[in-house]
Design a protein around this ligand. Structure first.
Ligand code: SF4
Length: 658
């Protein structure tokens, strides 16, 4: 086995008890797997998994989702990276997931380090450990990954013999809470970066560059943020004063990375041996969204909109189904109704796969009758229910969040859904929007009952409405990044109203625990000082924070207290319009001035239309001007910019200071 001797020595020095070779790990698994639940999580060997000889390639990448196998396996980003890396003859990628608590106990007891499923290689042997972090409740799991791998938690304590630890995903658009632990973040889209970074790092290592020299060089690449090359300065009140670059190669700001045209979709998916949260082929039909919902992080950070052609999608579905045997396909995007040729797509898919026992779903449809016709044409499984997300139930709130769906439209659509045979409608709302009152929350109850009433007209007592109510978290890089979150008391009062009123036959309510929402707010909006809090909460037993049964609120409260910090400062404090945010040096290409104007528009109830109809100069086009000029016009959905004097929307408040 071709591990380098220095890393073997280091592992044996630091982790005397840990097993070191794939054959040792394999043997220990064979002896111990019957002691844990779901051994299928830990064995690999699935259909379409790729196993390359370790010594036949130069660069080894461990791709990690920091949660259990069933949650991580369906992640489309990591599956795509796996395919991209393994299609290179000089590189290999193997998968890593976190063990559940029973397996963790066995691994610690038996000295089994965190290992890759394909080759059973210890994570510490790879050149690069790439961790996907799509949501903030995974932060303590990132520490768990490092610890079980036998790696120091802090970036500053790792040396040349250890893998380069990189992270990316939606929760990294504010990378600061994880800055102490990650060597390098990829900000934005990773399809190119996931090959370029390991390749460049390996070349630097072969040339004898030290770890810090490697990182300084890698910081030159587009979308790369190396936190150790920046210093954060604070005002006495704890707000950020400035972020300064400490190296000539460390850019300021760090502009997100995008691919100008979406590459061909992945079709060779690994087929798991056990059930996962989504047992289906996911094909992304479109990236980005032009609707401009003010609470929506994904809608702001994934601009501009890029689509795949109908032909490309249909061919990908065919190839994926042939290569995997799956009977379910999801055509994914943030807003499927906005896919330009959605009717043609549905028609083409219907023609091609008629009678083939294939269930095809098109999630994230708008609330309108046309969506019902689309779903009906797809012959989607009607037992699954029909999902809509009005998000708010009064005109005032809908204008505030810039998502206008009149009650009449909701009820007409509900009537169409029930009339076409569906018995269950799922409605998603959010509480805690800026300026929301208990009357706005009561309107959620009234609208849900009115929808059920439509169902009763068709199905009688067999009609159902499942209502999911989450609590708003003001996310970075959105127009609502200035907004304070609801306090714990406010959330409890609103949820109590919902629990009291939304009950009875045919109604089901789901909600999030307020304490868990507060953690999401804290970590989403956190600065670099939260690194010590995350490390301490992890020491106190926090992990799997997204799993209700594991969430330990007291650990977070204690960890904050010990660092002299509190929830209020991060989650409930009113921010001035010119406050420097902890994420301000991360540039998602949407201008702060645009976001601030949109926020002020929300306060006066003004809305913006879809920006495919009129460009509002959010900043994307000038930031990517060179890339745009080299990309075919039809590849991006941004229309030509209308000169200021011809625009139909008025600018609400001049924000000259931004
Ligand atoms: S550049 Fe214009 S059209 Fe494109 S995303 Fe921004 S506002 Fe929308």
């Amino acid at each position: 086995m071709g591990y380098n001797r220095a890393s073997l020595f280091l592992l044996s020095r630091c982790q005397m008890q840990m097993l070191q070779t794939p054959s040792e790990i394999q043997l220990a698994l064979e002896e111990n797997l019957l002691r844990v639940q779901k051994p299928g999580r830990y064995v690999g060997g699935e259909f379409n998994a790729v196993q390359k000889p370790w010594d036949a390639v130069q660069t080894h990448v461990a791709l990690c989702f920091p949660d259990v196998y069933e949650i991580g396996m369906p992640n489309l980003g990591l599956a795509t990276f796996y395919d991209l890396i393994n299609s290179r003859p000089d590189m290999l990628a193997e998968r890593v997931y976190l063990p559940w608590t029973d397996m963790e106990a066995v691994m610690r007891q038996e000295g089994i380090p965190l290992y890759s499923l394909e080759g059973k290689h210890p994570v510490a042997r790879f050149d690069v450990l790439a961790i996907s972090v799509p949501y903030e409740q995974l932060y303590t799991n990132v520490l768990q990954v490092l610890d079980l791998s036998g790696l120091p938690l802090h970036s500053r304590d790792r040396d040349e013999s250890m893998p380069l630890v990189i992270a990316g995903g939606h929760a990294c658009y504010n990378p600061e809470p994880l800055a102490d632990f990650i060597d390098l973040f990829v900000i934005g889209e990773g399809e190119d970066a996931i090959v370029e970074i390991p390749e460049r790092a390996a070349a630097l290592k072969r040339a004898g560059a030290s770890r810090s020299e490697q990182l300084a060089e890698l910081a030159r690449l587009d979308g790369v943020y190396v936190p150790s090359l920046y210093e954060v300065k604070y005002h006495p009140d704890g707000t950020v004063a400035d972020v300064v670059s400490l190296a000539e190669t460390a850019r300021l700001p760090v502009l997100k990375r995008i691919v100008p045209i979406l590459p061909a979709p992945l079709t060779r998916f690994i087929v798991p041996n056990i059930d996962t949260v989504h047992n289906r082929v996911p094909i992304e039909i479109m990236r980005g969204c032009t609707r401009g919902c003010r609470f929506c992080h994904a809608g702001m950070v994934t601009r501009p909109v890029r689509e795949r052609s109908v032909q490309e999608v249909v061919e990908a579905v065919e190839a994926a189904v042939t290569q995997t045997g799956y009977e379910e396909v999801a055509l994914l995007s943030l807003s499927s109704s906005d896919y330009t040729n959605v009717v043609d797509l549905v028609q083409a898919v219907g023609d091609r796969f008629a009678g083939k026992n294939l269930s095809i779903s098109l999630p994230s449809l708008r609330i309108e009758s046309a969506s019902v016709e689309l779903m009906d044409a797809l012959k989607d499984n009607k037992r699954g229910g029909f999902t809509f997300a009005p998000e708010a139930a009064t005109e005032k709130m809908r204008n505030t969040i810039n998502k206008s769906v009149p009650d009449k439209q909701v009820l007409e659509t509900a009537c169409a859904v029930y009339s076409r045979g569906w018995r269950t409608i799922k409605l998603y709302f959010m509480i805690g929007h800026p300026s929301e009152t208990l009357e706005d929350v009561q309107a959620i109850v009234d609208l849900s009952k009115a929808v059920l009433n439509e169902g009763r007209k068709v199905h009688g007592k067999k009609a159902n409405v499942n209502v999911g109510v989450s609590t708003f978290v003001p996310k970075p890089h959105t127009p609502f990044q200035w907004v304070p979150m609801d306090s714990l008391d406010q959330i409890v009062a609103k949820q109590s109203l919902l629990k009291r009123e939304l009950r009875g036959h045919g109604l089901r309510l789901r909600w999030n625990r307020p304490e868990e929402t507060m953690l999401e707010g804290l970590l989403s909006r956190g600065d670099r000082r939260l690194g010590a809090v995350i490390a301490r909460a992890w020491e106190l037993g926090s992990k799997f924070d997204a799993w209700q049964e594991h969430y330990k609120h007291e650990a977070w409260v204690q960890a904050l207290e010990e660092q002299g910090l509190d929830f209020f400062f991060y989650t409930h404090r009113e921010r001035t319009i010119d406050e420097v945010f902890p994420w301000e040096h991360i540039d998602v290409a949407v201008k702060k001035k645009f976001l601030a104007q949109d926020y002020l528009m929300s306060l006066s109830g003004e809305t913006r239309q879809d920006c495919r109809e009129q460009c509002f100069a959010c900043g994307i086009l000038p930031k990517f001007a060179q890339m745009r000029s080299q990309t075919p016009a039809e590849a991006w959905e941004c229309p030509p910019v209308i000169p200021k004097e011809q625009r139909g929307v008025r600018t609400v408040v001049p924000i000259s200071s931004l």
